[in-house]
Design a protein around this ligand. Structure first.
Ligand SMILES: [Zn+2]
Length: 376
């Protein structure tokens, strides 16, 4: 009998609570960082708390030029700021884009050549064998959970092709989850990032990926929190308690998906590449259709998910949640042109996430999924 071993790994130090940003000076000291680069995006740098964070971390340099999906030129710009400031560590404040750029800069500081020569699956992929400076992460959205992840997703500037760079060294030293930082998040971003978290929680729970009952427990409690509080975050954006629930749900989603994800993510990745759609918005629109496709092969797990969210039918619940938070019901309503569908099918097929979908997805399945999600 071959020995099959399963690894459970929950290593990130997390501090949660209103005002958690106040721990920044202590955590930087513990990590031995004296001259941090502060990485953020344009929108966040205009928020009232930004100057507070700049002061708390004693930033030696600031790079806050990120907008939209993170691309290679953002990472190059941030590296320049890092070098100019003679920095020795990175504080990332923002959504997944800012945290992912921070991780990319961390790689570039000690690894020569083009960033993408270290990306997963490129010909002659180089190993991340050198030093990587410490990263502290302060998320300002509740969605990607990049603050506990060990990979970064950066797109090529021209082609928008997403490249994944993975190394346990990219895991932030600590994540400071301060729900006050999410209070200014606009409704559509709250909704889209929240549906990304919901998709992580559901896809990881039913994935054909690794056996990991700890992750399963994390996914269910995370989904319960999201079911309780996502809508409230959109209707009552200043509710710190609901915002806190969603920050935890997002963190738990990213923790759970070390098991694997599924076809919804392949569709969302295709939508980002082909139409530059926000990742969470793509997941939100696609997940009801993909879950209707999956239902026949995961009935027992669907029952548990339905009990967790307090609904009879997971697919109907997802459609209702989308409606309640303002996510369009179809790709057409989100502005995707019908001519884009063949490109979307090709990009989704090429994406690795669907390989762990509980029901195998072939080309004709993706054709049907996108056609259904387009027209409704
Ligand atoms: Zn995602």
């Amino acid at each position: 009998m071959p020995v099959i071993l399963h690894r459970y790994n929950f290593p990130t130090e997390v501090w949660f609570g209103a005002g958690a940003r106040g721990l920044l000076p202590d955590k930087l000291k513990e990590a031995g960082v004296r001259r941090p680069l502060l990485v953020s995006d344009k929108g966040v740098s205009r928020q009232p708390f930004f100057d507070d964070i700049r002061r708390l971390c004693g930033a030696a340099a600031v790079y806050a030029e990120i907008s939209g999906n993170p691309v290679e030129s953002h990472a190059r710009g941030a590296l320049e700021a890092y070098d100019d400031g003679a920095c020795d560590g990175i504080v990332a404040v923002g959504g997944g884009a800012a945290i992912d750029v921070a991780k990319a800069v961390a790689v570039m500081t000690g690894h020569k050549g083009r960033l993408f020569s270290y990306a997963e699956g490129v010909p002659g992929q180089k190993p991340i064998s050198g030093k990587v400076p410490p990263i502290l992460a302060l998320p300002t959205t509740a969605g990607t959970g990049s603050e506990v992840g060990r990979s970064t997703v950066i797109s090529e500037d021209d082609s928008h092709v997403k490249r994944i760079i993975f190394s346990p060294k990219l895991m932030p030293r600590a994540a400071l989850l301060d729900p006050e930082l999410t209070l200014g998040l606009p409704g559509p971003v709250t909704a889209a990032t929240g549906m990304d978290a919901v998709t992580h929680l559901i896809e990881s729970y039913i994935t054909a990926g690794d056996y990991n009952p700890l992750c399963d427990g994390v996914a269910l409690e995370g989904l319960r929190l999201a079911a309780k509080s996502l809508k409230r975050c959109v209707t009552h954006p200043g509710d710190v308690s609901a915002r806190g629930d969603m920050m935890n749900a997002a963190l738990m989603g990213a923790t759970a998906f070390q098991k694997g994800l599924g076809a919804t993510h392949s569709c969302a990745h295709a939508l980002s590449t082909v139409t530059d759609m926000h990742h969470g918005l793509g997941n939100g629109i696609m997940i009801p259709t993909v879950m209707a496709f999956n239902r026949s092969v995961c009935r027992p797990r669907f029952k548990i998910l339905e009990a967790t969210v307090g609904a009879r039918d997971l697919v109907a619940w997802l459609r209702a949640l989308n409606k309640a938070v303002g996510i369009p019901a179809t790709l057409a309503a989100a502005g995707v042109k019908k001519e884009a569908l063949p490109k979307l099918v090709a990009a989704a097929l090429a994406d690795p996430c669907h390989q762990l979908n509980p029901r195998p997805v072939r080309r004709k399945d993706f054709e049907r999924l996108f056609a259904k999600a387009w027209a409704g």
